[in-house]
Design a protein around this ligand. Structure first.
Ligand code: GDP
Length: 299
């Protein structure tokens, strides 16, 4: 939480900086509203959400009267509505009938999938859950090795297959092992080749089908790199057409000055950002907290 604050603290962040500039104005003239619009769009909030927010703010100030209204309070409320604290951001940590909860982690290579799987395992182990990892990213040779290292570090078993083996068979084995060991959660890392949608659909579809011969998939987490802006949104769109995404992990928020992507991606997919990556280290994964996020922007 403290880290999130540091990362997003108003003065260092495009998003926050623009909001703070608005708050420090003594007159909210057309220039001020235009600046706010520019800020929100630059921060990746997206055009539709920006227009909506500015409209709502202007209306409220008109109705409630600029005099008696605390702009910071109104702004906080409206931003919070936009980020939506009512979305269910809990992660499935228990499957049906005492079986493990299976979490599929998907996303384009390089977004931080494998790292996220490792960090997430660590979070779950700290909550005293038993975890099995599946290295179904068999396309990238280093991925299984990288996951193996995470497994050792966190103290959880990693199921791997030979290089170039069928990702679905690795996923199947990982889930079988999870069931056998009575694990709480099985997290399956997948390959994120986005060369064409049909290929991706074939591969992820098969992985999911094969897993579901044993246990239903509880969670499909889409990993997106916060620094990629509109590009990330385009990826999100493709993945959500291929699999039923239940939550987003926004990585590299530490390297992004544009937290607005949280709003844009939630609107795009209709699913919540559940976790955020705030660095490369093992402890740099945090649950996404809408209130803390908005507060950090307005600090
Ligand atoms: P994958 O190809 O999607 O599995 O991506 P990796 O997990 O290998 O991550 C790619 C790079 O991004 C690695 O150098 C990670 O250390 C780095 N990375 C992952 N998550 C974060 C994060 O939240 N913040 C930062 N700064 N780097 C991250």
């Amino acid at each position: 939480l403290v880290r999130l604050r540091q990362r997003l603290a108003g003065s260092q962040n495009v998003f926050g900086r623009g909001l703070l500039a608005l708050l420090s104005r003594d007159r909210l003239d057309d220039d001020a509203w235009e600046d706010l619009e520019d800020t929100l769009i630059t921060a990746d909030v997206g055009v539709a959400a920006t227009t909506e927010l500015v409209e709502r703010l202007r209306n409220r100030l008109r109705i409630e009267g600029a005099e008696g209204t605390d702009l910071r309070t109104v702004l906080r409320e409206e931003l919070l509505t936009l980020v939506d604290p009512t979305l269910d951001r809990t992660l499935a940590t228990q499957g049906a009938d005492g079986k493990p909860a299976v979490t599929l982690v998907v996303g384009v290579n390089g977004t931080g999938k494998t790292t996220t799987v490792g960090k997430l395992a660590r979070v779950l182990v700290a909550e005293e859950k038993s975890v099995v990892l599946g290295a179904a990213d068999t396309f990238r040779a280093a991925a299984a090795e990288q996951l193996g290292t995470w497994g050792e570090r966190v103290g959880v078993p990693v199921v791997r297959g030979p290089e170039g083996s069928d990702p679905a068979s690795v996923a199947f084995e990982a889930v079988r092992s999870g069931v056998e060991q009575d694990a709480d959660v099985v997290i399956v890392d997948t390959a994120g080749r986005l060369q064409n949608k049909a290929g991706l659909m074939d591969e992820l579809g098969k992985v999911k089908r094969v897993i579901e011969k044993q246990v239903p998939v509880s969670e499909v987490l889409l990993v997106l790199d916060a620094t990629t802006g509109q590009n990330g949104l385009a990826q999100a769109r493709v993945f959500s057409e291929v699999v039923n995404v239940t939550g987003v992990v926004l990585t590299k928020l530490d390297g992004s000055a544009k937290g607005g992507i949280v709003v844009a991606v939630q609107r795009e997919l209709g699913v919540p950002v559940k976790l955020v990556g705030l660095g490369e280290g093992a402890d740099d994964l945090a649950p996404f907290d809408a209130g803390a996020f908005v507060d950090a922007l307005l600090e």
